[in-house]
Design a protein around this ligand. Structure first.
Ligand code: AMP
Ligand code: GLY
Length: 426
């Protein structure tokens, strides 16, 4: 079978890399892909981003399965469109993708179905939003409603910061948020304390199969300082997700979400990602839902996957996942993001990347914001690379990832030096 991965990030490079290992796959295509997928002899880039042109290309080229990486095409309805043309595609429908594409929808949904999450209110009127901030006090969290590539959240430690966030989210357009109907909207919510984990499952419309756990590093700078980003590094498994927390996440978050969706007439298929806050006593609250795999979490997760990813996706889009069991390497995988100058606000493009090492089975440089020009690799986006390594412990995986990254450089490169720090403290 021929398979298409939609997207151009590090997550999609990792998905395509993993799929290409399946003996049952004839060819893996990536649309549009990046510099890394372009140079991989096992992968072919398809330079199409328009969804109806892509659908026609899929029909013309007899692609047997499409898997969607990012939220944009899902929120735009790629799954509904492909299915209506009889094509096999793994992902949620546009209606289901609202769990990610609208924070106001997802918070109201959680409230309706008793899914644990921070107390919140939603506003379009800045006067009311400011008044709410004053009535609740700081710290407090302000979130833009629409998709913002992980940058639409301000964890305000002071009232001044919270007021400023309300103003720039409701009045400015600095973040490039994809507004939902009705225009700019914010969710203002209670500040939660604890340790975060990324909890992902695959859904076939009936059952949910958990992937390996992971932990992201959302802040730009070491010690979890600086602005929120799409994620600066991740590792798998996440020790904070004990067996008990795992069972709780399935029982209190994932299954009620699938049942709640069903009650509202929406069948959930595709990846579902719950960002969890785990308190010291093991209680969990849902920070957010994503309707896709995480980036950069996917890179370490797929490195640890022993099962044939293609077989699992095939089952998820045919007979179902109920009888599928996934196997994982017991080792730890850890990925370090190398980001462009001025990421996340205004990433610079066009810097030459030098010193890329040769790929190894357990030390891979997954590309994200790169493009190949002649024989040069250039930066073309905020998160440029994710250097991912697997070893017997968090410390060894960390050493190996940083060692692999050490030869790589480009002007203005930003990289955290402490990915995995929480697991090392435990
Ligand atoms: P989100 O996109 O909603 O996951 O938010 C991005 C990041 O902001 C999360 O990964 C957390 O680090 C932080 N965050 C979001 N909501 C809260 C909250 N209620 N309390 C504390 N931190 C939060
Ligand atoms: N790394 C967080 C996300 O993919 O949303």
């Amino acid at each position: 079978m021929k398979v298409l991965v939609v997207g151009h990030g590090g997550r999609e490079h990792a998905m395509a890399w993993k799929l290409a290992k399946s003996p049952r796959i004839q060819q893996v295509y990536v649309a549009p892909g990046n510099g890394g997928t372009a140079q991989d002899p096992d992968l072919i880039n398809v330079p199409i981003t328009d969804l109806s042109l892509l659908r026609q290309w899929v029909i013309d080229n007899h692609i047997g399965l499409t898997v969607v990486g990012p939220e944009g095409p899902l929120a735009a309805g790629i799954v509904d469109d492909f299915r209506s043309h009889g094509l096999r595609i793994f992902g949620p429908s546009q209606a289901a993708a609202q769990l990610e594409s609208s924070k106001a929808f997802s918070k109201a949904f959680m409230h309706r179905h008793g899914i644990p999450t921070a107390a919140f209110e939603t506003f379009t009127d800045p006067v009311q939003a400011h008044a709410y901030v004053d009535s609740r006090g700081a710290p407090i969290v302000v979130k833009a409603d629409g998709l913002a590539a992980g940058k639409g959240v301000v964890v305000a430690m002071s009232l001044a910061q919270a007021h400023a966030a309300v103003d720039f989210m409701l009045q400015g357009d600095a973040l490039d948020v994809a507004h939902n109907s009705g225009g700019a909207r914010v969710v203002i919510e209670e500040f939660l304390q604890g340790e975060e984990a990324s909890f992902m499952v695959m859904c076939d419309g009936k059952s949910a199969l958990a992937l390996a756990t992971s932990q992201d590093h959302k802040r730009l700078l070491d010690g979890d300082q600086g602005p929120n980003t799409g994620g600066m590094g991740a590792y798998s498994p996440a020790p904070v997700v004990t067996a008990e927390v795992h069972a709780r996440a399935m029982r209190e978050v994932i299954l009620p979400t699938l049942r709640g969706m069903e009650k509202e007439g929406i069948v959930y298929t595709g990846f579902l990602y719950a960002g969890l806050m785990v308190s010291p006593d093991g209680q969990i609250k849902t920070l957010e839902f994503n309707c896709r795999m995480g980036d950069p979490e996917t890179q370490p997760i797929l490195m640890r996957m022993k099962s044939d990813f293609f077989e699992v996706l095939l089952a998820a889009t045919s007979e179902g996942l109920e009888h599928i069991e996934m196997n994982w390497h017991r080792r730890v995988a850890l990925g370090v993001v190398m980001a462009a100058a001025d990421y996340p606000m205004n990433p610079r493009k066009g810097d030459a990347i030098v010193g890329l090492p040769r790929d190894q089975e357990d030390a891979m440089v997954f590309h994200a914001g790169t493009t190949q020009r002649d024989s040069q690799m250039l930066t073309s986006g905020g998160r440029v690379l994710c250097v991912t390594a697997m070893a017997d412990s968090v410390r060894q995986a960390q050493q190996k990832a940083y060692q692999t990254a050490s030869t790589i450089s480009f002007d203005g490169m930003q990289m955290r030096k402490d990915i995995g720090h929480r697991a090392l403290k435990n």
